[in-house]
Design a protein around this ligand. Structure first.
Ligand code: F6R
Length: 606
C-alpha cells in the first residue's frame, strides 16, 4: 500500500481541545490527499478515530470540543493502491494499542518485515506498509524500556521514504519524528510544539519553523525540540515563515482556486521583484552551460516550455524540456557542461526528485525554481530561485504557474542580454513592460470574469473540447486544456492548430467547443485558416486574443486582451481567461474545483 498524505502532530503544556487544533491543521493539508482521515489522542488511554471521507465529513463524527488532552496526531490520506477504507486509514497502532503513528511515504521492505512480525505473533489490522512500524516499535520495546531507543532501532530497520510522527502511552508527553524523502517541518509555539507535512498547517499557531532534513529524527515536548542525526545532537535552526495565516485562508472567496486566480497580480509582483544579483547570477549559469534541460511535471512542465522555446531561438544551443518521469531519454546528454533546471511548485514531486537525483550524478550544474522554501528540490540544487506566490491550496495550479512563467521568462531575457543576443536598450524596454504585467493581469481577471461565467453555462454539457494554438502559445493551450480536464472533468485535448486537421478534426461536430489561443503575433493570419476549418464543421469557437485581431468576427465567444508584444506578457495573460473558464465550468457542473477527484496537489509517488 502506497500512501501520499498529510501529517500533523501537536504537543501542548496544558490540556486543550486538541482535536480542534489537529483538524484545523489537517484542513490546510487536505490538498495532499483526501481519501480518509484519522486522529489519535494520548491521555490516560490511547484514543484513535479514523474513517474514509473528507475532513469535514469525518469531523462530524468526532467529539471535537469534548476531548481535552496534551498530545495528538492526525493524518489525511491519498491512496494509490488499495481502497481508502477505515482499516487502512492512519493512525495505525500495535497489538497492545499503546502506540499510534501517522506516516507519509512508502516503506519498501514492509513485506519482509511483516513476515518476520507475523512469525512472532503480531496481528495486523490493515493492508498498509505503515502498520509494520507500530509492530516493530512494540517488538523493540520488549528489548528496551526507553521509547526513543526503540524508535531509533526501528528507523534503522525500515527502508523507503517517510515522514513519521509517533505517540506512545509509555512516554505520553512526547512526539517522536523521523524524516527521509518526505517533507516534515516542526512548528515552535509558546508552550506548544507542532510537526506537519507543510507550513500552512502550523501558520495559525506559529510562524517559527524548523525544517527537518533527511536522516534526522526528533523528539518534541511542549517546551523543547531535540533533533539528532546518526546519534549526534543537532542545534535546531528556527526560521521565520513570512507567509501569514491569512494567506492560507479563503478570505471570502468560495474556493481557494478562485482566490488564487485573483492573487496572481500580487504573486507576480512579488515574484518579479528578484534581487538583481540573484537574477544575474542565475542567468549567468544559463549562459555558461553548453546545454540546458528543464525538468518538471504537469503544469510546471508547461511553464518550462515557454522558456525553452524562447531560449532555443536566442541562445542557439541545445535546450530541452523533459517531463520528469521521462527523463531517461535525455540521460546520455548530461555531463558537467549541462545545466539542469528542475521546476516544481511544491519541490516535493517525486518524479522531479528522482530525475534530479539521477541526472545530478553526472556532475551537471543545477538551478531549481520552487515555490516552497527549503523544499527537497530546492535543497538538492546548487542554485535556487523561489517564486513568491505564497501558499497555493487549490489542487489546480494557477498563481504558481504564472509566477513560474514570470521567473523563467525573466531569466531567459536576462540570459539573452548577458550573451549579447538581446541589446541592453531592448532589455531595459522589456524590463519596463514586465513591471506593468501585474496591473495588466489585475484588469484582465476583472474583464474576463463575467464572460467566463457565461461561457461556462453554455459549455457545461460538453463532453469533449479542443485547445488549439500555434507557435509560442502552444504551452498556453496545453495548460488551458489541463485545467479543464482536471477540475471540470471535460475531456480537453490541446493540439498545435496546424496539426489539428491531420486527425483530431474528425471529432468535431455541431457545437463542439474549440478554444483558440491566438495572440497577434506572427501566427495571427495562419491561425485564421484553422478557425475557419473548425467553424465549417459547426464548432463553437472560443477565442482568446488581443484587441484588433482579424479573428474576432469569426468567433462565438471572444476574450479580448490589450495588444501585447512580449512572450512573457502573452504567456501570463492569455492563460487567465482559460483558468477562469475551467473554474466556472467545474462549479456549473457541480464539482468542487479545490478538490478534484483522483488528484492530490503534491505527487510524492512515482
Ligand atoms: C495541475 C497541477 C499538477 C502539477 C504537477 C507538478 O494543475 O497542479 O499538474 O503541476 O503535479 O507539481 P509541482 O509543480 O509541485 O512539481
Amino acid at each position: 500500500m502506497i500512501s501520499m498524505c498529510g501529517i500533523i502532530a501537536c504537543v501542548s503544556k496544558e490540556k486543550i481541545p486538541i482535536l480542534k487544533t489537529i483538524l484545523n491543521s489537517l484542513k490546510k493539508l487536505e490538498y495532499r490527499g483526501y481519501d480518509s482521515v484519522g486522529v489519535a489522542v494520548i491521555d490516560d488511554s490511547l484514543f484513535i478515530q479514523k474513517e474514509p471521507g473528507k475532513i469535514d465529513d469525518v469531523a462530524k463524527n468526532i467529539n471535537v470540543n469534548g476531548i481535552f488532552a496534551k498530545v495528538a496526531i492526525g493524518h489525511t490520506r491519498w491512496a494509490t493502491h488499495g481502497k481508502p477504507t477505515q482499516k487502512n486509514a492512519h493512525p495505525h497502532s500495535d497489538c497492545t494499542n499503546s502506540i499510534a503513528l501517522v506516516h507519509n511515504g512508502i516503506i519498501e521492505n514492509y513485506l519482509e518485515l511483516k513476515k518476520e512480525l507475523l512469525a512472532k505473533g503480531h496481528v495486523f489490522q490493515s493492508e498498509t506498509d505503515t502498520e509494520i512500524i507500530a509492530h516493530l516499535l512494540e517488538e523493540e520495546l520488549k528489548e528496551t524500556h526507553d521509547f526513543f531507543d526503540a524508535f531509533k532501532t526501528m528507523i534503522k530497520k525500515i527502508k523507503g521514504t517517510y515522514a513519521i510522527a509517533v505517540v506512545s502511552k509509555s512516554d505520553p508527553e512526547k512526539i517522536f519524528l523521523a524524516k527521509k524523502d518526505s517533507p516534515l517541518i516542526i512548528g515552535v509555539g509558546k508552550s506548544q510544539n507542532f510537526a506537519a507535512s507543510d507550513i500552512p498547517a502550523i501558520l495559525e499557531y506559529t510562524r517559527d519553523a524548523i525544517i527537518l532534513h533527511d536522516g534526522e529524527i526528533a523528539v518534541l515536548t511542549a517546551e523543547s525540540v531535540y533533533i539528532e542525526r546518526n546519534n549526534v545532537p543537532i542545534e535546531p535552526k528556527v526560521v521565520k515563515v513570512l507567509w501569514s495565516p491569512e494567506m492560507a485562508q479563503k478570505r471570502g472567496y468560495p474556493h481557494f482556486m478562485l482566490k488564487e486566480i485573483y492573487e496572481q497580480p500580487i504573486a507576480l509582483r512579488n515574484t518579479l521583484d528578484i534581487p538583481e544579483t540573484e537574477l544575474l547570477n542565475a542567468a549567468q549559469t544559463i549562459v555558461d552551460a553548453e546545454n540546458i534541460i528543464f525538468i518538471a511535471s504537469g503544469t510546471s512542465y508547461h511553464a518550462t516550455l515557454h522558456a525553452k522555446n524562447y531560449l532555443i531561438r536566442h541562445l542557439k544551443k541545445p535546450i530541452y524540456s523533459v517531463i520528469a518521469s521521462e527523463y531517461d531519454s535525455l540521460k546520455s546528454l548530461v555531463d558537467d557542461t549541462t545545466l539542469l533546471i528542475p521546476v516544481s511548485q511544491s519541490g516535493e514531486t517525486m518524479d522531479v526528485i528522482r530525475a534530479l537525483n539521477d541526472l545530478k550524478e553526472r556532475k551537471a550544474n543545477t538551478l531549481a525554481i520552487s515555490n516552497v522554501y527549503q523544499s527537497t528540490v530546492a535543497r538538492l540544487a546548487n542554485h535556487v530561485i523561489y517564486t513568491q506566490a505564497g501558499p497555493e491550496i487549490g489542487v489546480a495550479a494557477t498563481k504558481t504557474y504564472t509566477s513560474q512563467v514570470a521567473v523563467l521568462m525573466l531569466l531567459s531575457y536576462t540570459a539573452s542580454f548577458l550573451n549579447g543576443s538581446l541589446e541592453q536598450s531592448e532589455y531595459h524596454k522589456y524590463l519596463e513592460k514586465i513591471r506593468k504585467i501585474p496591473v495588466m493581469v489585475e484588469k484582465n481577471i476583472l474583464n474576463s470574469e463575467l464572460q467566463a461565467r457565461q461561457l461556462a453555462q453554455k459549455i457545461k454539457i460538453a463532453e469533449s473540447s479542443f485547445y488549439l494554438a500555434r507557435g509560442q502559445s502552444i504551452p498556453t493551450a496545453m495548460e488551458g486544456a489541463l485545467k479543464m480536464k482536471e477540475i471540470a472533468y471535460i475531456h480537453a485535448e490541446s493540439y498545435p492548430a496546424g496539426e489539428s486537421k491531420h486527425g483530431p478534426i474528425a471529432l468535431v461536430s455541431e457545437n463542439f467547443p474549440v478554444f483558440f489561443v491566438a495572440p497577434r503575433d506572427e501566427t495571427e493570419k495562419k491561425i485564421l485558416g484553422n478557425i475557419e476549418e473548425m467553424k465549417a464543421r459547426g464548432a463553437n469557437i472560443i477565442l482568446v486574443t488581443e484587441a484588433g485581431s482579424v479573428a474576432i468576427p469569426r468567433a462565438d465567444t471572444t476574450f479580448i486582451l490589450p495588444k501585447m508584444t512580449l512572450t512573457i506578457e502573452r504567456a501570463i495573460n492569455l492563460i487567465i481567461p482559460l483558468q477562469l473558464v475551467a473554474y466556472y465550468t467545474a462549479v456549473e457542473r457541480g464539482y468542487d474545483p479545490d478538490k478534484p477527484r483522483n488528484l492530490a496537489k503534491t505527487v510524492t509517488v512515482d
